[in-house]
Design a protein. Structure first.
Length: 235
């Protein structure tokens, strides 16, 4: 049975409103990761960069992904306390790792990840906003949640005093599968357009560029990062 690997294509864009990019991403043959510094907090770009770097380094050192998330959170929290300019900085983090013939997802925040198997697209992340938690509890309708101010309030983040409890999901990996990660800037695009683009058998760079273009068509009020990880033959 051939060894599998990830072929990574990604792009971050400023958007039309933000003054700087607070997203970070990284990819390699075994991993793809995105992080989004939380808006309204200081040093979001530093928080996301630190989270990505620490997560990558610790998992490469053999630490399990869930624990690596918590290590990253502790490092971001410690740096936040080290300088008044960084106080309160925090970030989201969503990563997929290829482990033999299995995809291992860890997720904190409101970025999104999809698997694309043939033309079947499946969202594999749960939105960890306060509004989404109320929807899951039956206290708020999905329609009302789209207009609720708590949609932008995260239930947990990397860098908080409260240790994150990441969503953790394992899925089988097959040659030809695709995983797509995106920060919440993509949420501004029309969901139907996003779904149609994901279902097309587009080259990875074309898919990244067209998803980013869809956010600009919608006004691009936030940074957006899109990362495509294609499962390929690693031999």
């Amino acid at each position: 049975m051939p060894e599998l690997a990830l072929d990574i294509t990604g792009r971050s864009e400023l958007g039309l409103v933000r003054g700087n990019i607070e997203d970070s991403w990284q990819g390699c043959a075994r991993m793809a990761i995105v992080a989004d510094g939380v808006g309204g907090r200081p040093a979001g770009e530093l928080a996301s960069l630190l989270a990505v770097q620490v997560f990558c380094e610790t998992t490469r050192g053999g630490i399990a992904p869930t624990e690596a998330v918590r290590v990253a959170s502790r490092v971001v929290a410690a740096v936040s306390l080290s300088n008044p300019l960084f106080t309160g900085m925090c970030t989201t983090l969503t990563a997929v790792m290829l482990d033999c013939r299995e995809i291992h997802l860890v997720h904190v925040g409101d970025s999104q990840a999809w698997t694309v198997v043939g033309d079947e697209v499946t969202l594999i992340t749960d939105e960890q906003s306060v509004a989404a938690a109320l929807v899951r509890a039956g206290e708020l309708s999905a329609e009302d949640a789209l207009r609720d101010h708590r949609r932008h309030m995260l239930a947990q983040v990397i860098g908080s005093k409260v240790e994150p409890q990441p969503q953790e999901t394992r899925l089988p990996a097959h040659l030809g599968d695709r995983i797509v990660l995106a920060t919440d800037g993509l949420n501004e695009a029309d969901p139907g357009d996003v779904a149609r683009l994901l279902a097309k058998a587009l080259p990875a760079q074309d898919l990244v560029d067209q998803l980013v273009a869809a956010t600009y068509d919608a006004g691009a009020p936030d940074n957006v990062t899109v990362v495509v990880a294609d499962v390929v033959n690693g031999d």
